[in-house]
Every structure is written in structure tokens, then in C-alpha cells.
Design a protein around this ligand. Structure first.
Ligand SMILES: Cc1cc2nc3c(=O)[nH]c(=O)nc-3n(C[C@H](O)[C@H](O)[C@H](O)COP(=O)(O)OP(=O)(O)OC[C@H]3O[C@@H](n4cnc5c(N)ncnc54)[C@H](O)[C@@H]3O)c2cc1C
Length: 458
């Protein structure tokens, strides 16, 4: 066993919950719930995890497509530097990983013009495109400007000093792709203050990828914890002395409960709280954004595109319908699998026929019919997955990222964790893990907690 101390980015002890901590019920076996359970179990506190699905991991879900590893949810460990707790865990657990090898080289194709794009036409590709926009908008806010949607800010920017027509439309599609993918929502439904000045387009983007997929990260995290699968929680009842967590034909009681279900599940009211959550909490749940982002995977016998042009491993593809965001493709070089990231506004078109949709894009990049068809195809549908009902959280125009902190505030003996309960790293797997550490600290009344990893089997 390997053990190490972790905190959530702060050594402060969060305010304690009422009552002695005797037995904790954790609702949800995603990375947030498994982190709480690992820390409590490591500290010798009685704890059980109840999970609705027949597997652990939640929105981190590794499957096989064509016999190769594919992560249907999170795939990257984003920003692994600077004390990222997930990178620390991967290190402790001995999980093999690589730096995303796609680097800065891109190719691109325009489906409207049926052609590959030149390097000059692709020169706007990259997060650097947001720098002037973010700076201008920050200055506008500082001067008393109000928050708007990213769409409003981007359209104003492009109208005043965007490039020529065709290029302008592509630049908008590219910006939509970046914001919609990172925020999981529509361009006109995401706060510009949050997206452009606070969230993802700040700092360099460096990403790691676990070689065997996220399951190699989560299996050791579940470790020695007691996890009960196929236990959808319907009701959480809080009394003066404890909590009761009920499913249809089972029940767990404890001194405290940690709720880690996705915001989409809370919005849908899938869990009844007794007494009901305070009205202010229900309002925050309602107003916080939670939209979609999907993926399509094509698996082939051979990665023929690498020999044709290594740049094809990483591309940006512009749909003919300019209202749709661009698609990004990724090939980590680990398997003959091409991954397509489908932003909010492109999801509907993809859904009609994911295979034909993805093949058309790859053909446009390849410059003609593919030498062989895919041997397997997989498209996600997080939006309709009843245990997620979306991809991850964002801030809507005019709202505040402080709402994420409110969503993480306890209500009596009920604590809350999950990617939607952190201000700094909302939406990210490491952010979700940090919230699990925060709630473990709260329950254990410590400034840091220990996580335990089983011995690495080589
Ligand atoms: C397509 C996609 C791509 C992503 N890419 C990345 C990435 O590359 N890097 C990154 O850092 N993040 C990424 N993310 C985000 C990341 O996956 C999440 O932030 C993280 O997994 C959330 O963890 P969590 O524990 O908060 O929630 P979850 O993983 O959703 O865990 C919550 C658990 O609660 C369970 N549950 C739901 N309802 C009930 C109920 N009634 N009773 C009991 N259990 C219930 C769910 O089944 C689930 O297991 C991506 C997400 C998606 C969807």
C-alpha cells in the first residue's frame, strides 16, 4: 500500500457538520465520491458508497471500441502541473500516462467548401485566439461593463475587426468549438465573464493522458472502499441525529451523507430531500448551467491517416452549417482510433447518423474516400444518460461562478461534492477530486487527508 497526504488546494479545515462522524453514506461512485470514500476508509471511518450504475467512474468511463481503449467521458488530465491533485494521485497509484502527443500541429478541412485548408487559413487555430478578446472584455468589465454571453462578445469582436467573410465564419465556428466544448453549453448560454476572464482560456494548455484510460485511475481509487452498485438513491432524509438514504428496496443509515451526483441529476429532482433543500439552494441548482458535449470514436484496422500525414492526427473541421461549432479530432497515437469532440451546437447533426457524420469529416481531411471503413463506431449520449443528464457545469450569462461554491455548501448533515461544486476547477475531473478531498477534510476535521493506493502490480 502507498499512502500520501492530499488537500484541496488549501490547508484550512472546512467548517464541521453537526454531530459526531460515525458512519458516512456517499452517494455516487464517480471520482468525487470515490475520493471521499478512499480518504475516510484510509482514516478508519465507517463508510459505504451507493452507486446507481453497475459500474464505478460516472463521467469517467473507459470502454473498448474495436478492441481499443476509449474514454467516453474525461480522457485528459488537464493542467497536470502546479499541484494538480489528480496528477498527484496518478503518481501515487503508479498509473502509466503520456503527455498528449498531438502538440501544436493541426490540419483542417471545410465541409462547406469541400476542401482541406492551408496552414495560412488555420493560423487562428489555438486558444491564443482568445487572448485579445479576454483582455478587452476584462477591461470592459473593470470599467463597469455588464456580463454578456460569449456569443454576443464574439460576434461584436468579429464584426468590428474580424478577418474576411469565409475566414470570419470559420473563426466563429472555432471559437464556438472551444467555448462550447470546455463549457458544455451553447455559445449564447455561457457567461463571457466566466469563460473569457476566469475559466479555461487562462494559461498554457498542457495535458496528460492515462495510457489505459481513466479506469486505471479509478480502480485503485476505489481500492478498499465498500461500493454497492445498482443502488439508485431516491430519497435522503435528515433527522436531528443522522441521515437515511433510501432506494426502492434498500436503505442505508449513517451519521452523515455526501451527495456527489451530477448537477443534471439534482436539477431533474431525481433525489427527494426530506426536509426539502432550502429555497436558495434549489434556486442555485436551477440557475447554474449544465449542458452537453459529446464524443464519437471511429476504430480502424490500421491508422492509415498517420502515414498519409501525421498532422491528420489532430484537426479542426468546419461544418457547412456555419451555425454549428467546429469539430476537433484527436488521435493519441495509442490505438487506431480517431476521437471526435462534438460541441453543443453540432450534437444534433451528429446524432442523426454518428458513423456517416464522422466518416464524412475524416474523408474531408483525408482528401477522398478512406482506404478502409471503420471496424467499430461509438457515440456518446451524456445528455440523455439518466445518471448524468449532461456533461458538466458552466456559468450562464449574468450569473456568477460563486454559485459553484454555494453548491458545495453543506445543508445540515448533508455534504455536497462533485465537479459543479468547485469555483477554480469546475467541470474538470481534478476539480471533482478536489471537492472529494474538501468534504473528507470537513468530515475528518483536518487540514489534509490521506489517500491509499493498492500496490502496483507490474
Ligand atoms: C464527454 C466528456 C468529456 C470530458 N473530458 C474531460 C477531460 O478530458 N478531463 C477532465 O478533467 N474532465 C473531463 N470531463 C469532466 C469529468 O468527466 C467530470 O468533471 C468528472 O468525471 C465528474 O466527476 P463527479 O464525481 O463529480 O461526477 P460523476 O462522475 O458523474 O459521478 C457521480 C456519480 O453519481 C451517480 N449517480 C447519479 N444519480 C445517482 C443516484 N440517484 N443514486 C446513486 N448514484 C447516482 C452516477 O452514476 C455517477 O457515478 C469530461 C466529461 C464529459 C462528459
Amino acid at each position: 500500500m502507498a499512502r500520501r497526504s492530499f488537500d484541496d488546494g488549501s490547508s484550512a479545515v472546512p467548517p464541521a457538520l453537526p454531530g459526531e462522524v460515525e458512519r458516512v453514506v456517499v452517494v455516487g461512485a464517480g471520482i468525487a465520491g470515490l475520493t471521499v470514500a478512499n480518504a475516510l476508509t484510509s482514516a478508519g471511518v465507517d463508510c459505504v458508497v451507493v452507486e446507481a450504475r453497475d459500474r464505478i467512474g460516472g463521467r469517467l468511463h473507459t470502454v473498448e471500441v474495436g478492441g481499443h481503449v476509449a474514454d467516453l467521458g474525461g480522457a485528459w488530465i488537464h493542467h497536470p502541473e502546479d499541484g494538480n491533485v489528480l496528477a498527484g494521485w496518478v503518481d501515487l497509484a503508479g498509473v502509466p500516462w503520456i503527455v498528449d502527443p498531438t502538440g501544436t500541429r493541426f490540419t483542417g478541412a471545410d465541409l462547406g467548401e469541400h476542401r482541406r485548408l492551408s496552414d495560412a487559413e488555420l493560423e487562428h487555430v489555438g486558444y491564443g485566439v482568445f487572448d485579445p478578446l479576454g483582455q478587452a472584455f476584462a477591461a470592459e468589465l473593470a470599467a463597469g461593463g455588464r456580463d454578456r454571453s460569449v456569443a454576443a462578445v464574439v460576434d461584436e469582436y468579429l464584426a468590428t475587426y474580424g478577418p474576411e467573410d469565409g475566414e470570419r465564419e470559420r473563426l466563429r465556428q472555432l471559437m464556438a468549438a472551444a467555448v462550447e466544448q470546455d463549457g458544455a453549453g451553447p455559445l449564447d448560454g455561457i457567461s463571457a465573464r466566466w469563460a473569457l476572464t476566469e475559466d479555461m482560456f487562462v494559461g498554457d494548455v498542457v495535458d496528460n493522458v492515462p495510457i489505459g484510460g481513466y479506469r486505471t485511475v479509478l480502480a485503485p481509487l476505489a481500492g478498499a472502499s465498500e461500493v454497492r452498485l445498482r443502488r439508485p438513491v431516491r430519497r435522503i432524509t435528515q433527522t436531528a441525529t443522522g441521515v437515511q438514504v433510501d432506494g426502492d428496496d434498500w436503505s442505508e443509515s449513517g451519521s452523515h451523507v455526501v451527495v456527489t451526483v451530477p448537477l443534471g441529476v439534482l436539477k431533474a429532482g431525481a433525489i427527494a430531500f426530506s426536509p426539502p433543500l432550502p429555497a436558495e439552494r434549489s434556486e442555485v441548482i436551477d440557475r447554474t448551467g449544465f449542458g452537453t458535449m459529446e464524443k464519437v470514436f471511429l476504430a480502424f484496422e490500421e491508422p492509415f491517416w498517420r502515414a498519409a500525414d501525421p498532422g491528420l492526427s489532430h484537426a479542426v473541421i468546419y461544418p457547412a452549417d456555419r451555425a454549428q461549432a467546429a469539430t476537433w479530432t484527436w488521435d493519441f497515437g495509442l490505438a487506431p482510433v480517431m476521437m471526435f469532440l462534438v460541441a453543443h451546437s453540432a450534437v444534433e447533426a451528429m446524432r442523426r447518423d454518428p458513423r456517416a457524420w464522422a466518416v464524412e469529416q475524416l474523408e474531408a481531411l483525408y482528401g477522398g474516400p478512406l482506404p478502409a471503413g471503420p471496424v467499430d463506431v461509438r457515440a456518446t449520449d451524456w445528455a440523455h444518460d439518466e445518471r448524468a443528464l449532461g456533461a458538466y457545469a458552466h456559468v450562464r450569462p449574468g450569473e456568477s461562478s460563486a454559485d459553484f461554491a454555494l453548491l458545495g455548501e453543506p445543508v445540515g448533515r448533508i455534504a455536497f461534492a462533485g465537479e459543479h461544486t468547485t469555483v477554480g476547477r469546475a467541470g474538470y475531473a481534478d476539480g471533482a477530486m478536489e471537492t472529494g478531498l474538501r468534504e473528507a477534510k470537513r468530515l475528518l476535521r483536518r487540514g489534509s487527508v490521506e489517500l491509499t493506493a493498492p500496490d502496483v502490480v507490474s
